[in-house]
Each structure stands twice: as structure tokens, then as C-alpha cells.
Write a protein that binds this ligand. Structure first.
Ligand SMILES: Nc1ncnc2c1ncn2[C@@H]1O[C@H](COP(=O)(O)OP(=O)(O)O)[C@@H](O)[C@H]1O
Ligand SMILES: [Mg+2]
Length: 281
């Protein structure tokens, strides 16, 4: 069984206005997984993610890191956040320094790295994300997509073991979204565990090793994407729909155009490939 790195157990969270953000939510993040947290607007994705590095503290229930319940002292929070990095949906909520360099170097300097080593870290992550040219730019002068990448760079510069992203592709153009997914792939290969909240079912199906479906503050099901996302009743109840590629794959199977024993295509590209050369199917 895969090692569990991060866990949410029976989380309740109530906002000060009285709205219930989470209601008895369970989530398991296995080491090395790519977990997509799916849910309609208001399902509780952002609220959950803010619990995963202690920005919000549950009204009831607990978070466990490496099997141990976390504590909320200043020191423990700081250690926790070095291991679990959360990239917020709105980069304006994350960026705070005047320049890109200052913003991205803040985390490494705060971790106690020397200024030259922190500088190397900044160079490394800006290069990995293809945004070296933004180094000296004032953060307020960046486009939305550039801000999103800089916010991600700031978290990556701390080399977290678990990277948590809230709707990372929302508001990006298709090229930007593709670049982001490719960067995540590299991080995954370098042993980073990834958690992504999204309501983009097609993105999640092509990307995730596991999915969790949230509905009104609860995780109604967590498991293998092709199994969870075939459950039309469950998805309809959560105001979601099955990914297009999965629907097409299943329909082709029904029509006898795709072998029942073969793994279903996960992306539109894979689907097109088997339609172009049916002998592969
Ligand atoms: N700052 C807030 N104050 C009060 N209620 C909130 C706040 N943020 C979210 N909520 C409520 O908590 C629930 C979950 O919201 P959220 O976690 O933002 O969902 P999602 O990210 O899935 O769209 C919703 O009912 C929402 O209205
Ligand atoms: Mg949200």
C-alpha cells in the first residue's frame, strides 16, 4: 500500500458568517500521487485546500502529516508549510513583494538559505517555468497568467514535498495551461506529490492518478479516475459531468469500436490516435 503523506479526517469548518465550508470531510493524499479534488462552485475545494497547510484551522477533525496530527504553534506551522506548499487560485492573494525576485526569494530566505543560495533557487524555478525574463519586473505590472506562474514559482522555491494548487489553469490561455501541466509533470517525476482542485473534468481525467469528488463540504468518493468518473449518478448529484474523453471511450466500447479489455483513452489526443489507427485499438 502506498504511504500516506497527508490526511484530512472528519474536517468541519464553519465560516464566521455561519456558512458551513466543510462537513465531515475525509481525504487521503498518498505519496507520489496526482490527486484531483473535484467539485462544483461552492463545494468546499478552496476551504479544504486552505486546511492542508494550516491557513484555516478546522472547527472539528484533524489534519495528519506523515501520520501525525499537526499542531498550530508558530514553529510547527512554519515546518508544515515548508513541506506542504499551497498555490492560491488568485495570485493577487499570494504575491506580496514589490518585485518578482523579492517575492520568489522570500521563502528560501525565510527557510534560512544564504542570499547566494536563495538566488540560485530563484534562478532555477524561474527557468523551470520559462519566466526568467520576469526576474526584475514589479509584480503589479504582470499579466494575470504571469502572476499565476510567479505565485507558483514562490511556492516551488521552497521545494515542498506536497504541492497543492487551487484551480491552477483557471484564467490561463490554452498554451499557458499546457505549460503549467508540463511543469507539474516534471515536479511529479522529481517525487513531488501533487494535489489540484479543479472543476475541469477533462483536465482532471487526463492528469490525475486519483480523484476525490466534493459535494457540499463532503468528499463523497475518492478513487481511481476511470471508476469514480463513470458514476453518472454521483457526478450529477455533485453538479458535475463525466469527462468528454471518458464518455467517448465508453461509447466506442459499446459500439464495439474499442476493445473492452483495453485501458480507456485518457486524453483527446489518445482518443484521436486510436480513431486514426483502429488497428492499434
Ligand atoms: N470567506 C468566506 N466567508 C463565508 N463563507 C465562505 C467564504 N469562502 C467560502 N465560503 C462558503 O464556503 C463554501 C465552500 O466554498 P469554497 O471552499 O470557496 O468552494 P469551492 O472552492 O469549491 O468553490 C461555500 O458555501 C461558500 O459560500
Ligand atoms: Mg475555490
Amino acid at each position: 500500500m502506498a504511504e500516506v503523506i497527508l490526511e484530512a479526517r472528519q474536517l468541519d469548518y464553519r465560516y464566521s458568517g455561519g456558512a458551513a465550508g466543510l462537513r465531515g470531510l475525509d481525504l487521503t493524499v498518498k505519496r507520489g500521487s496526482k490527486l484531483a479534488v473535484l467539485g462544483a462552485n461552492g463545494a468546499g475545494k478552496s476551504t479544504l485546500l486552505l486546511h492542508l497547510n494550516g491557513v484555516l484551522r478546522p472547527t472539528r477533525g484533524e489534519i495528519r502529516l506523515d501520520g501525525r496530527p499537526v499542531r498550530y504553534s508558530r514553529q510547527e506551522l512554519s515546518l508544515w508549510r515548508q513541506q506542504v506548499g499551497v498555490v492560491l487560485q488568485d495570485p493577487d492573494d499570494q504575491l506580496f513583494a514589490a518585485s518578482v525576485f523579492q517575492d520568489v526569494s522570500f521563502g528560501p530566505l525565510n527557510q534560512g538559505l544564504s542570499p547566494p543560495t536563495a538566488r540560485e533557487r530563484v534562478a532555477e524555478v524561474l527557468h523551470a517555468l520559462g519566466i526568467e525574463s520576469l526576474w526584475d519586473r514589479p509584480t503589479h505590472s504582470l499579466s494575470f497568467g504571469q502572476k499565476k506562474l510567479v505565485a507558483l514559482a514562490g511556492v516551488l522555491a521552497m521545494r515542498p514535498r506536497v504541492l497543492v494548487l487551487d484551480e491552477p489553469t483557471a484564467g490561463l490561455d490554452p498554451w499557458g495551461a499546457q505549460r503549467l501541466v508540463e511543469s507539474l509533470e516534471l515536479l511529479h517525476r522529481a517525487d513531488t506529490t501533487l494535489v489540484m482542485a479543479t472543476h475541469d473534468m477533462d483536465l482532471a481525467y487526463g492528469w490525475a492518478s486519483e480523484v476525490a469528488v466534493l459535494d457540499r463540504g463532503r468528499a463523497v468518493l475518492q478513487g481511481a479516475p476511470h471508476l469514480v468518473l463513470q458514476d453518472e449518478q454521483l457526478l450529477a448529484g455533485a453538479h458535475l459531468r463525466a469527462p468528454w474523453t471518458l464518455q467517448m471511450g465508453l461509447r466506442l466500447q459499446e459500439l464495439g469500436l474499442y476493445p473492452a479489455a483495453r485501458v480507456l483513452p485518457r486524453t483527446p489526443e489518445e482518443l484521436l490516435m486510436c480513431l486514426k489507427s483502429p488497428e492499434l485499438a
